[in-house]
Design a protein around this ligand. Sequence first.
Ligand code: HEM
Length: 387
Amino acid sequence: MDLFQPEPADLRSLRENAPVHRDERTGMWLVSRYDDVRAVLADPRRFHPDNALTAVTGIPRPVLRVLARAGFSLPPTLANNGTDTHAALRRLVARFLTPARVAAMGPRIAELAAERLDRLDGRADLHPALARDLPAIVLLEVMGIRDVDVEALKVWSTASLELFWGDVTVARQHELARPAAAFHQWLTSRIKAADPAGDDLFGALRAQGVPIRDAAGLCYFLLIAGQETTTQLLSAAFYAVLRQDGLWSRLTEPGVAAACVEEVLRRDPPVSTWRRITAEPVTLSGVDVPAGEPLLLMLAGSGSDPDVFAEPERFCPARPNARKHLAFGFGRHFCLGAGLARLEAEVVLRETARRFPELRLASTEPPPMLGLLSFRAPLSVEVELVP
Ligand code: HEM
């Protein structure tokens, strides 16, 4: 099995034959059953999040020097923070993502989608056309961050994802370290220059007295996690819905787009795995795991567990318990952007179907996939538009 491109059959085989299995190549313990994944996420005392952002392919010294020269560091802040400082930092970010603030973004998301749909004609690839930059623009606006070159942000963030979650050569790590370092430096300078009385995230971090190094690490994670994942969700959702007979044109009916988004999150979660580390010896599905061992939680495996979801490989928007999925994690670190990501996907799907009710996939060939350890989604969704 290729951990970077697992097939549904691989996940099924793991769940059935080796639900807690040490992968020799990476040294990680693969945890694939729903109950085990949820139990790990629910117990921050026995399972620490410290390795959440550790590079999957070890970064060699010369590349580390490139990062260090730029002042790059990722101290514990949000996803990788099991310490007491987590709660206050989480509260600070949550202020920007309240249900009211998220709901208020609905019309703006529809407007951004409409501008992009206006430009389409004939054939299109929905990834660059609708999925690529829209989530970044929405995230920056909701965080109050102005004057950002969105194209530069996308280059920085896709490079960072590959550097930290890719199966990469040293030569490639060298290439990727430059944009990752440039992003971190840009964040540091923007945070240093921020007005503590301002209404934006950078100002809020200054006002709360968060050290610059921690603020830059937090923003580095947030400005990647808060939009690359939604880009992936949009592509995955387009592709999944278009493969179901007759479903596309129903997206404009009440509740259908939102239900489809949940099914995509359950069956094809863009964040396909997430990591934890054992703080003490534990037993999961009868397997003893020593303290200090890295766990790879197979979120995609948990969403297709037949003990929880009947006929898991079937795409079924009417599934009553679809929202039980763990695509946004669970417990103390539950994704702060879940509501925003759901809204973006729902609105963009619905608006696209409203404009092009007859839209269909241009090919029956499977699309190229982003294949990183924790991120998996189509890199292109070629369609024919029938207005
Ligand atoms: C489809 C889109 C997204 C997916 C699948 C996703 C998934 C996840 C997952 C799996 C975690 C780890 C949860 C855990 O450890 O229990 C997480 C954490 C987080 N996500 Fe998301 N996410 C998405 C979009 C977003 C967006 C749009 C934002 C911000 C606007 C965001 C911000 C965060 C933050 C801040 C955390 C860390 C929370 C903490 O440690 O307290 N995410 N996300």
